[in-house]
Each structure stands twice: as C-alpha cells, then as structure tokens.
Design a protein around this ligand. Structure first.
Ligand code: UD1
Length: 370
C-alpha cells in the first residue's frame, strides 16, 4: 500500500494541492499533509484551507518567514525528521516556492522519490528565486507532471528522460473549475461596478524602491478604478521605501487586505483587466478571459503570451501606461484554453503515480539522458 507525503507551504501551493488530496482520498491512497508554515497569516493560509475544503494538515512545521537560506534550511531539517519517522514511498510537491525545493531536497537525500506537479516551467531568469527552485526540483524529481507542451520541451531540452515526464494539464485550473460556482463578492470593501485588478508581491519589484516608484507612476495614468488586494510583503516594503503615502494618494485606487480564494476569483473574473507580477494569476486570467498585463520582463507561463492573453511590461511607467490604454480601449479577441486545462488533472496525476511504480524504484543515475 503506497504512502504519500504531500507538502505545502505558501498560498499558491494550497490551491494546487487541494484537488490532489481529494483525489488521493478518493482512490484510497494513504496520505499525510505537511504544512511548512511558510505562509502563516489567517488571510494567507487558513482561509484557503477552509474555502478549498483542504483537510487540516496532519503536521504543521511553523517555520515562518526568514531569509531564503534560513527558511529553506529550517524546512529541510523538519521534513527530514518526519520522513525518517515513517515509511513514505513518495513525496509530492507542487509549484516553485521555497517549501517545494526544501521538501524535495530533504526527500531525495534520504532516497525517497519525489513527484513534482507543475514541472518544466522556465522563465530563463536565474535572478528569480522561483526559477532556481523550479530547475533544482525538476532535476531531482523522479516523476514530473507538466502543465503545457512547452514545459515538456523545456524538460527534454534539459535532458530529463521522456519516460519520467507526463503532460497532464494545469491543476490550478481544475481547482478553479470546481470552485467557480462558489465564488463570492469580497465583503471587506465595496467593489466598484467597473475596475481593473492589481496585485504586486514579487521580490524583483517590491524590493527595489525605483521599480515600485516606476510602477506607481504607471498605474497613476490608469483610466479606470484600480482594486488592489495587498500582499503583506508589499505592505512592509512600501512602508520601508516611504512610498505608501504616494500610493494611497492615488484617487482611483482602492487598497484592501489580501482576499480569500473565492473572493479573489470573483474580483478577477469581473475585472476589465488585471495587472500582476504573480505567475498563477496570469493563467487564471486566461481562464476567465480577462486580459493580463504582467509587471515582469519575462514569464514562465509562455502559453499565456502565445494565446494573446497576456503582455509583459516590466516595471516601466511608459509600458504600463500604454498597455492599460490599449487593453481598456480596444476590444480584445477571446482565446481558447490550452489542452488538458480541465477538471481531470488530479485524476491523471494520481493515476500516473499508481501506474508507474517502476519510476519510483529506478536508481537515481537514470534521471537524465546521457
Ligand atoms: C512566496 C513565494 C512566491 C509566491 C508567493 C505567493 C518563495 C521564494 N516565494 O513569496 O513564489 O508567488 O509566496 O504569495 O517561496 N508574510 C507575512 N505573512 C505570511 C507570509 C509572509 O506577513 O503569512 C510576509 C513576511 O514579511 C515575509 C514576506 O511576507 O518575510 C515574504 O514571505 P515569503 O514566504 O518569504 O515569500 P512571498 O513573498 O510570500
């Protein structure tokens, strides 16, 4: 009987893991859900468990915030202890956050195989902590679940053996499909009739005062109301840079606490457009058919660009301003959903794990082609 340890730590992990846990449960596979505590605030963690019907974690590591090294190291140590306690056949990780890397690294070092969901995304920007996490996790995983054809190609180009890669679609979209009937209007603040949604949290933007100032100048030109649920990191950094007053003085900007999953999806699905530096939101916007303006100079979500659902503007005031004008004043054509971005992604993943036990036993020198 197979025993799986599923590890989550940060907000986007909860969204991706929910259907996988439900599927393991449905198939009668024994699982343990470990929450590292990378995200710990009620609005960043608890509300997601409640709204997505995720069971209470069986273990909570409470590592909290810290520098990359401290956070990753603490998680590794704690996961290793848990793994030594029980007989686990597989560690299941999702996405690209520090908790994902730490869990995968702790597992393979003691010869426990790893399955990575959302394998193969690449921004080709090693300045991004998530890119480092993605590359390393894929390199040490025994079974890799890719959301798109491009992700599969990225893995093959890096030498990962084809037999270990499965194109399964996007598990975050499965969550979205199953939750659409439950989305609800945010209570905390009046959502205007017509607005654009804004999210910023990525270190490459928040940690540099000049970049944040440039983004603020760009959004000042918006010919629309902007609705901005603010990530705690962004709040700390704006205060630190002395830019909060400047932001709050923008008349058509509404700042709120981070939203729950169901409230956020409501706000996204009804927005005229979204400005974001998140990865997952680029894909959720594609699903909702809401045009996306990405406040980054690259993306690992290439499919959103290829479908014409997204454009990259970085932190440039001029590019933000012209993209907003373009998106708000020109009717956009719609786009389809990429193959297998449907309601059966977790079913495919868990079936492949059940069918390919041999991949979990092969010696680790067999991971990449010679
Ligand atoms: C992490 C992920 C990022 C993901 C994001 C989703 C990494 C390297 N980054 O970034 O890929 O897109 O989660 O939100 O893993 N904080 C709180 N309360 C919390 C959590 C964080 O106040 O519950 C604050 C703390 O000041 C902390 C800061 O946010 O230092 C950053 O948190 P951290 O987990 O290090 O990374 P994120 O920026 O959230």
């Amino acid at each position: 009987m197979m025993r799986i340890m599923a590890v989550v730590g940060a907000r986007p992990n909860f969204v991706k893991m929910a259907p996988l846990i439900h599927q393991l449960e449905k198939k009668g596979i024994e699982w343990e859900l470990v929450h590292t505590g990378q995200h710990y605030d009620e609005v960043m963690s608890k509300v997601f468990f409640e709204q997505l019907g995720l069971p209470k974690p069986t273990r909570y590591l409470g590592v909290g915030s810290g520098t990359h090294g401290v956070q990753t190291g603490k998680i590794m140590g704690s996961i290793e202890e848990l793994l030594m306690e029980g007989k686990y056949d597989l560690v299941l990780v999702v996405g690209d956050v520090n908790s994902t890397l730490a869990a995968a690294l702790a597992a393979v070092k003691i010869q426990i195989p790893v399955a990575h969901v959302e394998a193969g995304y690449r921004s080709f920007d090693m300045g991004m902590p998530e890119e480092i996490n993605r590359i390393l996790v894929d390199r040490i995983s025994q079974i890799l679940f890719a959301p798109t054809e491009t992700a599969v190609l990225n893995l093959i180009n890096e030498g990962v053996k084809k037999e270990r890669i499965f194109l399964v679609g996007n598990v975050m979209i499965e969550t979205l499909i199953s939750q659409m009937k439950h989305v609800k209007r945010p209570k905390s603040c009046n959502l205007p009739e017509s607005y654009s949604l804004l999210t910023i949290h990525r270190a490459e933007n928040t940690d540099t005062k000049e970049k944040m100032a440039s983004i603020i100048e760009g959004i000042k030109t918006a010919d629309t109301t902007l609705y901005f649920p603010m990530h705690p990191r962004t709040k700390h950094k704006l205060e630190h840079h002395g830019l909060m007053g400047e932001l709050e003085s923008i008349p058509n900007l509404i700042i709120t606490e981070p939203l729950g999953y169901l409230e956020f999806q409501y706000a996204l699905s009804n927005a005229e457009c979204v400005l974001t530096d998140s990865g997952g939101i680029q894909e959720e916007a594609l699903f909702h058919k809401v045009p996306c303006i990405t406040l980054r100079s690259n993306t690992e979500r290439m499919v959103t660009l290829r479908y014409g659902a997204n454009r990259l503007v970085g932190s440039s005031t001029r590019l933000i301003s012209s993209a907003l004008k373009d998106v708000l004043h020109t009717p956009h054509t719609s786009w389809p959903l990429p193959p297998m971005w449907d309601a059966n992604v977790s079913e495919r993943i868990v079936s492949r794990i059940e069918e390919h036990g041999e991949l979990l036993c092969l010696p680790s020198n067999d991971l990449i082609s010679p």
